[in-house]
Design a binder for this molecule. Structure first.
Ligand SMILES: Nc1nc2c(ncn2[C@@H]2O[C@H](COP(=O)(O)OP(=O)(O)OP(=O)(O)O)[C@@H](O)[C@H]2O)c(=O)[nH]1
Length: 299
């Protein structure tokens, strides 16, 4: 963990622009806040990329972007862009490139590349985004070498250079202006300031769940679906609900029956907890894949 923090620190120090990837379904809860204030200058421009926007209705996405702009970005120079690595839209890529090109950075000298680092809490799609940009840029500039290393002075060079003590690797995303994206993301910690935030982070996979958490997180999710009277999501779980006063535990049992999670030979119900846990993992996986439909977890 210490090593990871040290690496992020070093990368943030060389970065001219920070792209913070967040999960569009939890635009506030998936903020990578932990080290930001200590490690970055207030002057470093930040772009917030609301990834996984394919898992949110367009109207809600617009709302989330507006709320972020109103609440989260006061007084600092930031941009909020929608993105989806799963349903890639050329307009998303071009708006990222245009925004990067237009961001006023401290030193935009022709000889020095503007260095962009991608950061975010786990599982928000940082690597997917970097890989996608790398593929796009490789196709765009077929004849120009795109893989570089950068030494401490910020000069990008092709190939490996002996004598360069610290270097970061990445690829060119734009030649005019000269913009370079580091190819390894900075993984940061989320802020878990309430039980509810923790549940949302587990549901979306930003925090790894252990068995007890899976049960609690799944029940949290099912309660949300019950509250929303979300018959579409329920039908995707293979069940129908006639009376919405049903409890999360009852829904869980219904799904367990539906997927035949209960073991037939377990007449004494000794395995029941394990069977329900397997069902929770099944439900959470479906949600994370977007198979339960598009809905926000934050109002
Ligand atoms: N639906 C959807 N899934 C996505 C999107 N982007 C990434 N994913 C999925 O989210 C999961 C995590 O993606 P990664 O790119 O590994 O995320 P990461 O932030 O690099 O994760 P860590 O390595 O844990 O820090 C994978 O299963 C991806 O397929 C997206 O835009 N939409």
């Amino acid at each position: 963990m210490y090593k990871a923090s040290k690496e992020i620190k070093e990368k943030l120090l060389v970065a001219d622009i920070i792209v913070e990837v967040r999960d569009a379904r939890i635009p506030f809860t998936s903020a990578a806040v932990a080290e930001f204030s200590q490690l970055t200058s207030h002057m470093t421009p930040k772009i917030i990329l609301l990834n996984k926007s394919d898992l949110l209705e367009p109207m809600l996405l617009t709302k989330a972007m507006r709320r972020l702009a109103e609440n989260d970005l006061k007084g600092s120079l930031r941009y909020v862009l929608p993105f989806s690595c799963k349903q890639v839209k050329p307009s998303h890529i071009s708006s990222v490139l245009d925004t990067l090109a237009g961001v006023p950075v401290r030193r935009r000298l022709k000889s020095l590349p503007t260095k962009v680092i991608v950061v975010g809490v786990p599982n928000v799609g940082k690597s997917s985004f970097i890989n996608l940009m790398q593929r796009h840029c490789r196709n765009r500039w077929k004849d120009i070498p795109l893989e570089h290393t950068i030494d401490d002075s910020g000069v990008a060079k092709v190939g490996k250079h002996p004598g360069v003590t610290k270097h970061v690797t990445g690829f060119v995303v734009s030649h005019q202006p000269y913009i370079y994206m580091l190819d390894s993301p900075g993984v940061m910690y989320p802020r878990v300031d309430s039980w509810e935030s923790g549940m949302k982070l587990i549901i979306t996979g930003c925090i790894r769940d252990h068995s007890t958490d899976s049960l609690a997180a799944c029940q949290f999710l099912l309660n949300m679906l019950i509250e929303r009277k979300d018959s579409v999501a329920m039908s995707k779980l293979g069940i129908e609900i006639d009376d919405w006063s049903i409890s999360a535990h009852q829904v869980l049992r219904k799904v367990a029956h539906r997927i035949h999670a209960f073991q037939k030979e377990d007449k004494e119900h000794q395995q029941e907890n394990e069977d329900l846990l397997r069902t929770c993992i099944y439900i959470l996986r479906k949600f994370r894949q977007g198979s339960l439909g598009c809905f926000p977890l934050e109002e």
